[in-house]
Structures are given as structure tokens and as C-alpha cells.
Unconditional design. Structure first.
Length: 171
């Protein structure tokens, strides 16, 4: 949203964040945006205490491939959360609509078909300027928001598991 700075969040102070394992899938298409999103996510994870040894970044060619790569990581069950980072900028054809819809559905499928939270960090903007504004520009960095969301979802799952008498995800 144009009225919200995507980098604004209260420090989470999650006690055991150092043990969290995060997979980040980054689209190389529109890398002038996606690399900024990735860097924002990485900085936030590190600031919240996630060990850099527990963060793995995977590159894929474009946004469409985010769903496949994210699902593969979820199926491996090696990560406590996956962050899918991409950027699709509207062009002159309906291609934009098909790609955005497919990626959103694919990330949704990761969330309902696996036990690994998958965070949607895909900018779907009308212009390059809008994407730049949301990847470290005047509206902040959606990568920061995605990292904070991933940590909150892991914490949510771990707290629920602890209440049930389980430890962690069963990895």
C-alpha cells in the first residue's frame, strides 16, 4: 500500500530465532528489484538473530518458477519457512495477469499442501517506479516484511506444537 512503509515493524524478539532454518527463493527476472528484496529479508533475519548458517538462498529464472522451487523446498522439510521473492511488472499483454495469478496460486498451494509456511514476497506492480519504491525506496522494502512474517509464522507453529506436547516441526 502506498500509505504503509513496508520496512516498519516492531522488533520481534523471538527467543530461539537463531535455530530457525529459512529457505529464500529469488527470481532473477527484474533482479534490480528482487535483489533488494532479498537483501532486506536477509538483513531482517540476521537482525532478529537467525544464524546465517541457517539461511539458504536459491535463485530461479523468473517469478513463474517460484512456485515449483518453493514447493520442492517445502517437500524436503529442511526449512522452517520459505520466502518466495519475485517481481512482475505489468506490460502491454495479459501475460502479467497469468503470471501473477499462477504464482499466487502456487505459493498458496505450498501453504495448504505442506506444513512449511511459504511467504509471498512478489511485487505485482504497474511500473518499475512502483517496484523500486517497494524494494527499498520511499515505501520501504517488502523483503523486510516477508522476513518478519516468516519468523512470526515459525514462532506460531512452534508455540502451537509446544502446547500440543510436540517439539518443533517433526523434522
Amino acid at each position: 500500500m502506498a500509505t504503509v512503509n513496508l520496512s516498519d515493524y516492531q522488533p520481534l524478539q523471538i527467543d530461539d530465532a537463531g535455530s530457525f532454518r529459512i529457505g529464500i527463493v529469488v527470481s532473477e527476472w527484474n533482479s534490480f528489484v528482487t535483489h533488494n528484496l532479498r537483501d532486506g529479508a536477509l538483513a531482517t533475519l540476521e537482525a532478529e538473530g537467525v544464524s546465517t548458517d541457517n539461511i539458504t538462498v536459491f535463485n530461479v529464472p523468473g517469478a513463474f518458477e517460484l512456485s515449483y522451487a518453493s514447493m520442492q523446498l517445502c517437500k524436503e522439510r529442511k526449512f522452517d519457512a520459505v520466502i518466495a521473492i519475485g517481481c512482475v511488472i505489468r506490460g502491454e499483454t495479459p501475460h502479467f495477469d497469468y503470471v501473477c495469478s499462477a504464482v499466487a496460486e502456487g505459493i498458496k498451494d505450498c501453504n495448504i499442501l505442506t506444513d512449511t509456511p511459504t511467504i509471498f514476497c512478489v511485487l505485482t506492480d504497474d511500473t518499475e517506479e512502483q517496484s523500486i519504491a517497494r524494494s527499498g525506496g520511499k515505501h520501504g522494502n517488502k523483503g523486510v516484511e516477508a522476513a518478519a512474517t516468516a519468523l512470526q509464522m515459525i514462532d506460531f507453529i512452534r508455540k502451537r506444537s509446544a502446547k500440543k506436547g510436540n517439539i518443533g516441526f517433526g523434522h
